[in-house]
Write a protein that binds this ligand. Sequence first.
Ligand SMILES: Nc1nc2c(ncn2[C@@H]2O[C@H](COP(=O)(O)OP(=O)(O)OP(=O)(O)O)[C@@H](O)[C@H]2O)c(=O)[nH]1
Ligand SMILES: [Mg+2]
Length: 344
Amino acid sequence: MPFGEIVCGSPGSGKSTYCYGKYQLFTALNRPVAVVNLDPANDNIPYPCAVDISSLITLDDVMDEHGLGPNGGMLYCMEYLEANYDWLESRLKELGNDTYLVFDIPGQVELSTNHESLKNIIAKMGKSGIRLAAVHLCDAHYITDASKYVSILLLSLRAMLHLELPHINVLSKIDLVTQYGDLDFNLDFYTEVQDLSYLENALSRDNPRYAALNMAICSLIEDFGLVGFETLAVEDKHSMLHLMRVVDRATGCVFVPPADAAAPPGVVPASGAPASSRPNEYGLFSSAIGPIQGTRSDVRDVQERWIDAREEWDAYERAQWRKEGEMVRDEAAKKSKIRERHTV
Ligand SMILES: Nc1nc2c(ncn2[C@@H]2O[C@H](COP(=O)(O)OP(=O)(O)OP(=O)(O)O)[C@@H](O)[C@H]2O)c(=O)[nH]1
Ligand SMILES: [Mg+2]
C-alpha cells in the first residue's frame, strides 16, 4: 500500500523546498520516494520530478486559451486534473506500491480550504488505496504578530476541516523567526495552542479595534483543541527527521527495507538475518512505532537551537562540519596513499 503526503500551505511557505528536502532525506535513508509536482506554475522545480502536471496542462496555455488570470487559471488546471484523474492514476501506478509519494501543491489557499478539486483528487487517491497525510506549512514569521498568529490558526483549522486527512500543521522557516522580532512567549505557547487568553494584551496592543473579535476566535479554536503545530527548518536534518516521524505516525507508515536493501551509509548491521525479519534497525529513523524521540522532538530544543542560543549552536555546528570535512579528507588521503603504494 503506497503512503504519502500532500504538502500544502500559503504561497512562499516553503512547500517545494520541503519536498526537495524530503526527497534528499529519504534518498539518504534508502527509502524509495517520488515527488509529484501538482503545481502548474512551478517553473524552477528544485527536485527530480517523478510526475509533473505540466505534461498534462500548463498554466500559460490555460491563461492564453481561456483569457484567465494566474489565479483563475490555477483553479482551472486543478479542475482539469480532477476531470482527467486517470492520467495521474496511471502515472502513480507506474511508481509502484513501495514508493513514498510527496505531492507539491500550488500555494493558492482556496485549494486547501474551500475549492473542491484538490479534495476530490485526494478522495480518489484514497479510493485507490493511497494512505495520505496533509502537511500544511505556515511561515513561522506570522507568530511574531498576535493577530497574524490568529489568522494562521484559522487558516490551519479551515484546511484541516476541508481536506479531511490526518493533518500536520507546521511552522516552516523556524530558523528565520528571530529576524522578525522578539516573541511575546516561548515557542511552545505557539505550537501547543493552549491558554490563548494570554494573547489578549498583545492583541489589544497591535490591533485594539478587533481585539474582542480576535479573542472570540481564539476561544473558539481553543475550545475544539484541534490545531497544533510542529516546526521545520529544512536545512536541519534533526528537524526533518522529527517531522518525518510525525508524518509516518499520522499515516501509520512503518518502513521496512527490502531483504536485499543496502544499509544507509554509516549503519552497522547488528545481525546476519535478512532486513525484513529483523527489528527495523535501518529504518529506526523511519519507524512510526514508539514514542517520538530524538533531537528537536521537544519544542524546547527547537527554542534553544533557533531562538535562545542560535549563535552558539551555529558555531558548534560549523565546528562539527569542519571536523567531519577533515575526517573525510584524511580518509581520502589515506586511501590514495595505499593505492599509490600498491601501484608502485
Ligand atoms: N531559511 C529558510 N528558508 C526556507 C526554508 N524553506 C523554504 N525557504 C525559502 O523560502 C523561499 C520559498 O520557498 P518555496 O519552496 O519556493 O516556497 P513554496 O511554498 O513552494 O512557494 P510557492 O510554490 O510559490 O507557493 C525560498 O527562497 C526558500 O529557499 C527554511 O526552512 N528555512
Ligand atoms: Mg512551490
